[in-house]
Design a protein around this ligand. Structure first.
Ligand code: AMP
Length: 260
């Protein structure tokens, strides 16, 4: 289910810290890691007239290649097969999504600076863009955590979502404790049957159900903190003008967020 992953890195310290988490992905059955750095042209094209784009690409390429080779070596030492993509130039979101498709990966792994500037809120970040445009699971890791799959909080809105399949698969493969979290919307009540149903659905998985109330994304992040969860799993959902629950969870969570 998750044999091949694409690791997108801008070579920043934060996104390189993700490499230290890769040993924890062994239990998912990951075998191959594709490494991708995009030479970001959105920065130069909008800004400067008269900039020599070819020279810019060449300079970034020269700077990236030895670093990427080093990363490849490090990842192969962990025990994965590695493919380092020669850095393409373009828009990071578009290129990450394109290579994920071309390489037929099962998941994208990436960082996020979690900026909260007005611009980021309006336009979204690279991570949000990839989550929005890729139709495969994306795991966004803002900070390095140890054992991301040991205690996972699954934000469940009681509609059958793709992400539930991953939660169950990962919980079984990595022996995770699953905290099923539901945030009640105004006027919503929860029936006893529902809880039994969840218990049944998660048969043979160590599961705890927690119910919150309030603004769903804020509550989800808060519940994850209270429950000491090491990652949050959330469905992609529909995205309105103000973004989706997933967008907000990515923005505010300190622990990795898996979106499917
Ligand atoms: P954000 O802070 O949400 O814009 O996302 C930053 C993350 O997006 C980085 O940790 C990378 O995983 C990914 N990313 C951003 N720019 C690039 C790039 N030029 N090449 C590859 N990945 C990138």
């Amino acid at each position: 289910m998750l044999k091949k992953i694409l690791y997108a890195t801008d070579l920043s310290e934060k996104s390189l810290a993700i490499i230290n988490m890769l040993p924890d992905f062994k239990c998912l059955g990951v075998e191959e890691v594709v490494v991708l750095r995009v030479i970001n042209l959105t920065r130069v094209l909008g800004v400067a007239k008269g900039i020599d784009v070819d020279a810019y690409i060449k300079a970034i390429e020269e700077e990236s290649l030895p670093k990427l080779a080093e990363i490849g070596e490090e990842i192969s030492k962990i025990g994965y097969s590695v493919k380092v993509i020669p850095p393409p130039a373009g828009d990071p979101v578009g290129e990450i999504v394109r290579f994920a498709k071309e390489e037929k990966v099962d998941m994208i792994l990436m960082g996020s600076r979690g900026r909260s500037t007005i611009k980021a809120i309006l336009l979204g970040s690279t991570a949000e863009g990839v989550v929005r445009r890729a139709n495969l699971p994306v795991m966004v890791c803002k900070n390095k955590v140890s054992k991301p799959f040991s205690r996972i909080l699954y934000a469940y809105d009681f509609t059958a979502e793709n992400v539930g399949r991953y939660v169950k698969f990962i919980a079984k493969s990595c022996n995770s404790k699953v905290i099923v979290a539901h945030v009640l919307e105004k006027g919503e009540i929860i029936e006893e049957d529902r809880l039994d149903q969840i218990e049944m659905e998660f048969e043979n998985i160590d599961v705890k159900i927690v119910i919150g109330e309030g603004n769903p994304p804020k509550e989800i992040v808060k519940m994850a903190e209270v429950e000491n969860a090491n990652s949050i799993f959330v469905g992609r959902g529909k995205r309105g003008i103000l973004g989706s629950t997933a967008d907000h969870v990515i923005r505010y969570s300190k622990v990795p967020v898996f979106v499917a």
